[in-house]
Design a protein around this ligand. Sequence first.
Ligand code: ADP
Ligand code: MG
Ligand code: MG
Length: 247
Amino acid sequence: KSLLNITDLYASAEDKTILQNLNLNINKGETHILMGPNGAGKSTLGNVIMGNSQYKVDRGSIFFEDEDITSARTDERAQKGLFLSFQSPIEIPGVSISQFIRTAMETKEKIRLKAFRDKLKTVTKTLGINEQWINRELNVGFSGGERKKIEMLQLLMLNPKLAILDETDSGLDVDAVKTVSRGIQTFQQDDQKSLLIITHNSKILEYLHIDYVHILINGKIIKTGDASLIKIINEQGYEPFITGQGE
Ligand code: ADP
Ligand code: MG
Ligand code: MG
């Protein structure tokens, strides 16, 4: 059953075409990996799926659960069950990690403090996160690893239908890789949940069930395969796919 269906998508920012003729279908329960060189348009795709107003859809459509969301607002998409991990460092003085997550959850529906705390307790335990840590303020310069922890907390607390994880922060330490793997694996346990993971970090992928791998070059998905593609990319880079493009 199709969850996300993108057809012939063209998207631009500041009059520059970034995505072109992009087609992607994600069924319920599937995990898709998106790889590609820097500047290929990976983060743009995540942002366009989420309806970030910095990007303009010039052509094509995005359907979510058979509903056309091409011009839906970001908050509407979030309510329907779409989730995009944040990339830029968040700094909200006076707001704790825990409050931040509760606010995000309450855009969907009100949640009682007790229910929220119970759930948070379970999720922090699953992720191996210290319960005191979630009371920290969002105003300090979080490390890449700490941001990943918040992201995984958000993912499991919000429990979206489709999670798009943009893993651009490379150089995660062993601890952070473990947290991310645990978080994604827990999310995957529900066989209706789908993932689109943008990553270079094959360490994270080693522990995951993967259905499809897509290679994005110059705003276009030029190849789709199974998990074995990751090994080929690690060994040969993207060059063979770029040169093979015209064939
Ligand atoms: P990736 O995530 O694959 O590294 P991006 O999606 O971040 O690539 O960027 C793809 C291209 O689009 C880059 O050339 C980038 O400079 C450009 N781009 C991305 N976002 C914007 C924007 N908001 N305004 C102008 N250009 C952008
Ligand atoms: Mg599955
Ligand atoms: Mg990116």
